[in-house]
Design a protein around this ligand. Structure first.
Ligand SMILES: [Zn+2]
Length: 109
């Protein structure tokens, strides 16, 4: 499972950054086009944090909408994933945001 490896990466990154502290909450951004299922990350989080400084920590996930820009007419719009199609009919669009997965903040005790 793809999300398990991702969650392990997130937990390892946090534990490495704040090695002396007990982490009480983690705020994660998972973009709508990141290909990562937030619910799966949530599910994996409890398993992965067991025995680490993140054990028992709260996991908050924000899922910002994606933004695309049409290369044909220049319009910016929120795509209806997985269909990246502009209102002008062009499918030649660039993804501006929504592919990110990042740690926004961490709270320690
Ligand atoms: Zn367009």
């Amino acid at each position: 499972m793809h999300e398990l490896a991702i969650t392990e990466g997130v937990v390892a990154a946090v534990a490495e950054r704040v090695p002396q502290s007990k982490v009480t909450s983690v705020l994660l951004e998972i973009g709508a086009l990141s290909g990562v299922v937030a619910e799966s990350v949530r599910f994996c989080f409890d398993l992965v944090t067991e025995g680490t400084s993140l054990e028992g920590a709260e996991l908050e996930i924000v899922e910002p909408a994606a933004v695309c820009r049409c290369r044909t007419c220049g319009a910016e719009f929120a795509p209806d994933w997985p269909i990246l199609l502009c209102a002008c009919g062009s499918a030649d669009v660039a993804i501006m945001s929504g592919q990110d997965l990042r740690i926004l903040s961490v709270e320690v005790a």
